[in-house]
Write a protein that binds this ligand. Structure first.
Ligand code: APR
Length: 177
């Protein structure tokens, strides 16, 4: 299956998406927060936070660009993959590479857990202030590069909560096909 047919852009709420794994834009503490992090914990229930606490107790905070996997609790997905995006500091502090690592590590974890489908929010483009157009380009490039080298995933969905990210992602995806 050609990689572009595996990638889709959807405008909506990631907590409603029925894929094997949804990705959370978390912070290092993994203890929840606002934005998509808050939405996932609210909709998924306390099981997710409990699993996050166990991970932090075992291996410490989740560093930027890294990803961990937990139960999805009451969500339609099987797993939540929590990753910590870079806070935008102007672009000269390794932000693009760190953001790409979020996508790469989340995809790798999904494959290691036999997932066939995964959904991403627009990591770092909210509270963390990453410019949406630059983040969208990094996200699409990282996903396409991963799908070129690994055929395990059948579906990668970008779930855009806001219209701006939705049109940006569509434009970038169309320009790379
Ligand atoms: N479904 C999909 N996307 C969502 C949802 C949702 N229910 N809610 C928010 N978003 C979108 C935002 O519109 C934004 O485009 O997720 C994207 C990421 O924004 P944030 O959630 O603010 O995440 P981020 O910018 O990575 O900042 C992470 O925010 O919530 C805290 O604990 C989190 O400290 C961490 C920081």
């Amino acid at each position: 299956m050609p990689i572009h047919s595996k990638i889709e852009i959807i405008q909506g709420d990631i907590t409603t998406i029925g894929v094997d794994a949804i990705v959370n834009a978390a912070n290092a503490s993994l203890l929840g927060g606002g934005g998509v992090d808050g939405a996932i914990h609210r909709a998924g229930g306390p099981e997710i936070l409990e699993a996050c606490r166990k991970i932090v107790a075992r291996q410490g905070p989740c560093t930027t660009g890294e990803a961990v996997i937990t139960t999805a609790g009451n969500l339609p997905a099987k797993f939540v993959i929590h990753t910590v995006g870079p806070i935008w500091q102007g672009g000269q502090n390794g932000e693009p590479e760190l953001l790409a690592n979020c996508y790469r590590n989340a995809l790798q974890l999904a494959v290691e857990n036999d997932c066939k489908s995964i959904a991403f929010p627009n990591i770092s483009t909210g509270v963390y202030g990453y410019p949406k157009d630059q983040a969208a380009a990094v996200a699409v490039a990282a996903v396409q590069a991963f799908l070129k080298k690994s055929t395990a995933l059948e579906r990668v969905a970008f779930i855009c909560f806001d219209a701006e990210n939705f049109s940006l992602m569509q434009r970038i995806l169309q320009s790379t096909n």
